[in-house]
Design a protein around this ligand. Structure first.
Ligand SMILES: NC(=O)C1=CN([C@@H]2O[C@H](COP(=O)(O)OP(=O)(O)OC[C@H]3O[C@@H](n4cnc5c(N)ncnc54)[C@H](O)[C@@H]3O)[C@@H](O)[C@H]2O)[C@@H](O)CC1
Ligand SMILES: [K+]
Length: 463
């Protein structure tokens, strides 16, 4: 698990005050990290284009040019000149080596974007756009210095953002690199230490980035246990029974001792799942909402929920009049996709926004919801899933496009339900369920358009 920051400038300042590092020392390390990367991947004499802005992001690029000069063919493009003191200093240094501003021409083995970093504070103008279009059109390896130019602090970007293959980010992970859209533009993300190890440079942060090694599986350790030792998940089976069959099958695969589908009428279900018309007395958690439709009247739903069992809620239940009442429960996980989350925000009076406004401000709206409902665990789906409760937030960046398919969400609810039923806290169930879901998708080694929910469930067996 790594820390994520909205703004690393307090960390930079702390580097100066606590470790007596100068900004120039930190900049030298930033440039060295990029130089190491390029030297490790390219032979001497390769061509490197470095496009530098007028601030310290550009100064990082100028320092990089100095470090590579002599071994590589360096082309510098400095369309805005130098404005910050360090940019002036770094420019004087490269000019002493005979390097100066030149137009962008031809193609290069490496393209380094050092136009704008954390100082981007207004929309890109025509000069920057023209440079970015040329850079994006090139075939060489594209490296973004700190953040891809055009990416704002909330993780939004304009059409002409730099599309990086690798982002070398300075000091610590920025949260903006993990918005949903940013997954398209950042490529591989590497953190560069700035003179002290990352763990010294960082301070605690409420936002965390999940990693594959954070996965903890519900492996069984008690030799004399029985099925009753591993919980009983009741999946409320609605109009579209397939959704609950998928969720129930995922839950059984993820270790739940028993799974019952709760339906009004008998429906055809796999042999290994049980069927009941009411919540079994041995149930330890409930999954509700997937494929629910209008199968149950309000009284029937009320009686199914007349207990204090942990709940995982998804899909149709977010549109049900009963949903507001369910928000009062203490053991609760919600797994909305963005459209469903806008409905939740509307219903709770937090915001009346459309999906694109939400996607531009995912972090903010998750924080608002979690502050208003601190007992509820929220799992906001997306290419970078956000999990939040109270003042703790986690981003799971491990999902793949293979998951963009009907039924993937039902698997996720089933996995979270499985862990709730086995006695995990709602937050732990949400984190581990989401990790298992995304890592199972990564195990799919066929074409990425082909994954089905049952392929995903199959891969839960070997995480
Ligand atoms: N503070 C530190 O100690 C360190 C900073 N570092 C680098 O410094 C960067 C931040 O530097 P700055 O704060 O100088 O900011 P930037 O270099 O990101 O950008 C600021 C400059 O760009 C201009 N600008 C902003 N938006 C523009 C637009 N749309 N069109 C044209 N010009 C625009 C501003 O007027 C200003 O001159 C980081 O991203 C990182 O790369 C690193 O060297 C590591 C150490
Ligand atoms: K940049």
């Amino acid at each position: 698990m790594q820390n994520l920051y909205l703004d690393v400038s307090p960390l930079d300042q702390r580097g100066v005050t606590k470790f007596a590092l100068s900004e120039e020392v930190m900049m030298e390390h930033a440039a060295m990290a990029m130089a190491h990367l390029i030297r490790a991947r390219f032979n001497a004499n390769s061509s490197v284009l470095i496009v530098c802005g007028s601030g310290n992001n550009g100064a990082d690029g100028l320092a990089l040019a100095r470090l590579l000069e002599g071994d590589f063919h360096i082309s510098l493009h400095i369309p805005f000149g130098a404005s910050s003191p360090l940019a002036h200093l770094q420019r004087d240094r490269v000019e002493a080596l005979g390097l100066k501003h030149a137009p962008i021409e031809g193609d290069y083995d490496v393209i380094v974007d050092a136009l704008f970093g954390s100082g981007l504070n207004r929309p890109l103008g025509p000069t920057a756009i023209e440079a970015l279009i040329l850079m994006n059109g090139m075939s060489g390896l594209k490296i973004a210095c700190d953040v891809p130019s055009g990416l704002y602090a909330e993780g939004t970007f304009d059409t002409n953002v730099f599309y990086a293959d690798i982002t070398v980010t300075m000091g610590a992970y920025k949260r903006s690199l993990f918005s949903d859209g940013a997954k398209e533009v950042c490529g591989e993300i590497i953190v560069a230490d700035l003179g002290v190890h990352k763990k010294r440079y960082e301070t605690p942060s409420p936002w965390k980035l999940l990693e594959s090694q954070d996965l903890s599986l519900p492996n069984r350790i008690r030799a004399s246990s029985h099925k009753g030792s591993y919980g009983h998940l009741a999946v409320v089976c609605g109009e579209k029974a397939g959704a609950s069959v998928i969720a129930g099958s995922a839950a059984l695969r993820f270790g739940t001792g028993l799974v019952s589908l709760i339906s009004n009428e008998n429906v055809t279900i796999p042999y290994e799942l049980m069927q009941s018309h009411s919540i079994p007395s041995t149930a330890t958690a409930i999954a509700l909402g997937m494929g629910l439709g209008v199968e149950f009247c309000d009284d029937e739903l009320s009686s199914l929920l007349d207990n204090t069992l942990p709940l995982v809620l998804d899909a149709d239940i977010f549109y049900h009049p009963m949903f507001s009442k369910l928000l009062k429960r203490t053991s609760l996980v919600l797994t909305p996709h963005p459209k469903e989350f806008t409905q939740i925000l509307r219903l709770t009076g937090i915001a009346d926004i459309d999906v694109s406004a939400l996607q531009s401000n995912r972090f903010t709206y998750v924080e608002k919801f979690c502050s208003a409902y601190p007992n509820t665990v929220l799992v906001l789906k997306g290419s970078n899933v956000i999990i939040g409760q109270g003042e703790e937030f986690y981003i799971n960046p491990l999902g793949t496009v293979a998951l963009a398919k009907g039924g993937s969400g039902d698997v996720l609810s089933g996995l979270i339900g499985a862990l709730l039923a086995q006695g995990n806290t709602p937050l732990e169930a949400a984190i581990q369920g989401s990790l298992a879901h995304t890592l199972a998708a990564q195990k799919f080694d066929k074409n990425n358009y082909a994954l089905t929910p049952f392929d995903l469930i199959e891969r839960i067996t070997c995480l």
